[in-house]
Design a protein around this ligand. Structure first.
Ligand code: ADP
Ligand code: MG
Length: 634
């Protein structure tokens, strides 16, 4: 518990104790027996009232003098001052005790609220407590701790058991198990050894590792995640904004209504002034919108926290809200539904062509590309790549690459690329992605590569359908045959093949248009060329592990562990959050409206105590309900 919270708790306890003593004296009739008993009672109850409520009164006054009076502080101040003021109506029952009680319980509610918000924030920041404090590097033959910012790409760092991985890198020696749960929610440790990629933020559990840094600290996973989380709270959901706007309009309305009740009912209907004022005060107390003002943002906050425990980063509550309404999900294929690590299945070329030479040309031309295809071609090439031989590299998004290798002009890509250079190609009967290779304008042959489906890709599509997503669409730049095979294997409803990056944007726009007024459209992608599509979709979802920085930047939601099955989980969390938000809105407004109606002088059933429940009790229940958002089912 924070210091501030403790101080407040102490204050509320003191006020409660004083209040309890006075209440006992009052019930025992002590005040009635005294001369000027009413006024002594009045002064006595002012003590706990001021202990509990002096800051609320000060805030209300501050609001009035700064021309922004309409908030719950004003409501509480008018209502409680009014309750005390009833003492001036000789025929009315005095309500000093209730006035003090309203303020007291209001503070109890506030206390509970700061506790709940603090707890939610803490459990989120505990999850986000992934920032490493230092990195161990060798300097002059000695291991020293340095700031992770000081480590350069290519430096070797040592990670001892129990330490957090400070930067993204590749293991150069050692073997260990990594706890990745803070990043991905995955509880099974990952075994790493020489050559394995390690992600910053994971905890090294068993062995000593030496790791070569592949990214500077500011570009490492940890920094990127922390930046995303810090910015998340700025993007407010529409419901959230609505609630704060609502409170601003609603407060003056209820103050006005209360004034009307107090004035009209005696003048027009002949009720006593004291009864009318009392009704108006009850009206004011119960009208306080804090239950919503607090519980709605808290729910979104909890939902984002729950998602982040599963390795799903939601960049703002507005995206959680949009995600809850998603009914169409479009996917990129390579890297999103498939692993993006291709194996060479075959090389087709006339007998006159040396197949190793063909592979060597292709690997050299691809050497500078980050595309999953390029990385796979390079890694399956058995020879060494001589970078001095490579010049004039050009990449054609969705088509392939061109480069000068050994002063020959080499083209590697699909038929679109070859068409553009008017090179005729041989068709291939095998199912797989085809890389045609041409050298100096002559067709040489093609390489067939095949990708592996992600383990959970089929389950991901099934999960989406189960979660109520009506339509799944795969958008790919790959061949028709490959697209059809993948789509039918995974159970994707529709597919579009041979799309250039700009065609993907057009496809998303067509989907958005046909969904006007219906559910929202999400797009899931990983590559640089997916960034425009991610921005265009209602909800952009990027693969955080293997995804490009551009995609992660453009996306609204990032899946840290690249598991497409997390999309359905994210949708479930989003729906649950929105359901809880709606429950709270209906419940809080419902109870309040009923108590308000019962408070009208014509009915007059509500008491000040009921009003206190309508305010504080409803807030506490709404907050407890909101905290359910934080809980996740795996
Ligand atoms: P996807 O939509 O499946 O993610 P891309 O749009 O990235 O695929 O690429 C579409 C097609 O363009 C690939 O199937 C491949 O034929 C070709 N292509 C793209 N980049 C390269 C590259 N670096 N080398 C060879 N071919 C490429
Ligand atoms: Mg892709």
């Amino acid at each position: 518990m924070s210091k501030k919270l403790k101080k407040r708790l102490r204050r509320v306890i003191v006020a409660l104790a004083v209040f309890a003593v006075l209440e006992v004296l009052k019930v025992a009739g002590v005040f009635d027996a005294l001369p000027y008993g009413l006024w002594i009672e009045f002064a006595a109850f002012l003590v706990p009232y001021l202990i509990a409520g002096h800051d609320v009164l000060a805030k209300a006054w501050h609001g009035i003098t700064h021309k922004q009076p309409f908030d719950e502080n004003l409501l509480m101040s008018i209502a409680t001052i009014g309750a005390f003021a009833l003492v001036f109506f000789p025929e009315a029952e005095p309500h000093m005790a209730e006035g003090a009680a309203v303020m007291l319980f209001y503070q109890v509610g506030e206390l509970f609220e700061s506790y709940a918000v603090g707890k939610t924030r803490k459990s989120i920041s505990a999850m986000m407590d992934i920032a490493p404090d230092y990195a161990n590097v060798m300097r002059d033959g000695e291991l020293v701790q340095v700031d992770p910012y000081e480590v350069a790409v290519g430096d070797e760092i040592v990670i001892k058991p129990g330490e957090r991985v400070p930067l993204d890198g590749v293991v150069t020696s050692g073997r260990s198990q990594l706890d990745t749960s803070a990043l991905t929610g995955e509880s099974v440790p990952r075994v790493v050894e020489e050559g394995a990629k390690v992600t910053s933020g994971c905890v090294n559990m068993t062995g000593m590792l030496t790791v070569r840094a592949t990214a500077a600290f500011e570009n490492s996973t940890v920094s990127r995640i922390l930046e995303l989380v810090e910015n998340a709270s700025e993007k407010k959901a529409r419901t959230e904004n609505f609630i704060s706007r609502f409170a601003r309009v609603y407060t003056p309305i209820v103050v006005g209504l209360a004034a009307l009740i107090a004035v009209i009912s005696p003048l027009a209907f002949g009720y006593s002034w004291s009864l009318s004022v009392q009704s108006a005060l009850i009206f004011l107390v119960v009208s306080c919108p804090c239950a919503l003002v607090i519980s709605v943002p808290l729910s979104f906050f909890g939902g984002i926290g729950a998602a982040s425990r599963l390795g799903i980063l939601v960049k703002g509550s507005s995206y959680l809200e949009a995600l809850a309404q998603v009914d169409t999900v479009a996917f990129d294929k390579t890297g999103t539904l498939t692993n993006g690590t291709f194996g060479v299945v075959g090389v087709h070329a006339p007998d006159s062509v040396d197949k190793d030479l063909l592979l060597s040309y292709a690997a050299h031309a691809e050497a500078y590309s980050d595309h999953p295809i390029a990385l796979s071609v390079v890694s399956s090439y058995s020879g060494t790549i001589d970078r001095d031989k490579i010049e004039e590299v050009e990449e054609f998004s969705g088509r392939g690459v061109a480069a000068r290798v050994d002063s020959h002009r080499v083209l590697v890509g699909n038929d679109k690329l070859m068409d553009a250079e008017s090179i005729s190609v041989h068709d291939c009967q095998l199912v797989g992605t085809i890389l045609h290779v041409a050298v100096d304008g002559e067709y040489l042959g093609h390489i067939i590569i095949a990708d592996m489906m992600k383990d959970d890709a089929a389950a991901a599509i099934e999960g989406l359908h189960k979660a109520g997503v009506r339509r799944t669409v795969m958008l790919t730049g790959d061949r028709e045959e490959v697209a059809a095979a993948v789509a039918s294997e995974l159970g994707v409803d529709e597919y579009r093949a041979q799309l250039l990056p700009q065609d993907k944007v057009a496809e998303i726009e067509a989907l958005l248009e046909s969904h006007e007024g219906l559910g929202k459209v999400a797009f899931v992608g990983d590559g640089i060329n997916d960034a425009p599509v991610l921005m265009r979709a209602d909800v952009g979802i990027a693969m955080g592990g293997m995804g490009s920085d551009a995609a992660i930047e453009a996306a609204d939601i990032v899946l840290m562990d690249d598991k497409p099955s997390n999309i359905a989980r994210a949708i479930r969390i989003a729906r649950k959050t929105l359901r809880i938000v709606k429950q709270n809105i209906v419940f809080a407004l419902g109870v309040k409206i009923v108590i308000m109606i019962l408070a009208l002088p014509m009915i007059g059933i509500s008491t000040m105590w009921l009003a206190v429940f309508g305010d504080v009790g409803v807030s506490v229940i709404a907050i407890l309900n909101a905290m359910r958002c934080l809980r996740v089912k795996r």
